[in-house]
Design a protein. Structure first.
Length: 336
């Protein structure tokens, strides 16, 4: 039966009814729902991927709207979690797609469980630590992932399959904090993330239809110069991850508890507090004279010009500083 929703897609020789059926039964994770993630999620939803799991820890802000295509001013005013706002919008676009929103950080201890029962993951994160963690998790689970990155006017994408070459063949260890994470300095050209997200969505769909039609090189695009170029990917025969099977980034040693958030005057503190009750914590802070706003997703308060947003899993976003030790002092003063 020809499904008219997808008729322009099934008409493509490399898709056809069989390819469309594969898309319809595929389970895909989108890790990060910012500039790249919103584009990827929308294209996969319109293309009829059966199930999407959108994982993101942040809330929608006004400064996101320049490039994060699923969100509206209303989402930013409400400070809705990005994963929830995306799920709502995607449901309006294609109600045949099952979308699951996961409002969570992606760290070493949940790296495998958050990707359970997925066929493929699309990387829409903004830092090396998360990508190295994702790389280890996907190798462990034996599933492919599609890398994407964008800063300034330059972006890139590559596919990493279980047999390698893998991301760690290219990036052996975590660069020093700040190195290579240039979006806080240089900004991001809005059209760039749409191009890179579209490349990622195309590769994800191709890998689902047939691994053989996915690209095996790295593509780089510079929208200021208006050029694409490709670089071949080589497997590193001494790679700890895909050659020796080590999963260094699935253990706590490689993870920092405080990171400066790309593009903002903020520090993210990661604490492992699974049983945190935001309403109980809010009452305790109010008893100490603080004015607190709280809902089931987050607790928010101001402290000497610094804003603290505490999430239900213990993560805290400290806005108004990029000094990690000051952020830790504020956190410990209020919540320690
Ligand atoms: Zn490797």
């Amino acid at each position: 039966m020809l499904n008219s929703r997808y008729s322009r897609q099934t008409a493509l020789p490399f898709v056809g009814e069989q390819g469309q059926a594969r898309l319809g039964s595929a389970r895909v994770g989108v890790l990060g729902c910012g500039a790249l993630g919103t584009v990827v999620a929308e294209l996969l939803t319109r293309g009829g991927v059966g199930y999407l799991r959108i994982i993101d820890r942040d809330v929608v802000e006004l400064s996101n709207l320049q490039r994060q295509t699923l969100f509206t001013e209303h989402d930013a005013e409400q400070r809705l979690p990005k994963a929830m706002a995306a799920m709502q919008r995607l449901g309006e676009i294609n109600s045949e797609v099952r979308v699951e929103a996961v409002v969570s950080d992606y760290v070493w201890h949940n790296a495998l469980s958050l990707l359970s029962e997925l066929d493929l993951v699309v990387d829409a994160t903004d830092n090396y630590l998360t990508r190295l963690t994702l790389n280890d998790a996907c190798l462990e689970l034996g599933i492919p992932w599609v890398y994407g990155g964008a800063a300034g006017s330059v972006g890139m994408s590559a596919n990493f399959l279980p047999q390698g070459p893998c991301f760690r063949c290219l990036v052996r260890d975590l660069p020093a904090l700040g190195v290579g994470e240039s979006c806080d300095v240089s900004g991001v050209f809005g059209p760039l993330t749409v191009v890179v997200g579209a490349v990622q969505a195309a590769e994800a769909m191709k890998l689902i239809i047939s691994l053989a039609i996915g690209r095996s090189d790295l593509v780089e695009v510079d929208l200021l110069k208006g050029v694409f170029r490709t670089l071949s990917l080589q497997k590193d025969n001494s790679c700890p991850a895909c050659e020796y099977g080590m999963r260094d980034f699935l253990s706590p040693e490689h993870h920092q508890s405080a990171t400066v958030v790309c593009g903002r005057d903020s520090v993210l503190l990661q604490q492992n507090l699974a049983d945190l009750d935001l309403f109980v914590t809010a009452k305790r802070l109010e008893a100490r004279g603080h004015s607190v706003r709280v809902n089931k997703f987050r607790l928010q308060l101001e402290f000497f010009g610094i804003e603290l947003i505490l999430f239900g899993d213990g993560r805290a976003l400290i806005n108004g500083t990029n000094d990690t030790s000051l952020a830790k002092r504020v956190y410990n003063e209020l919540l320690g």
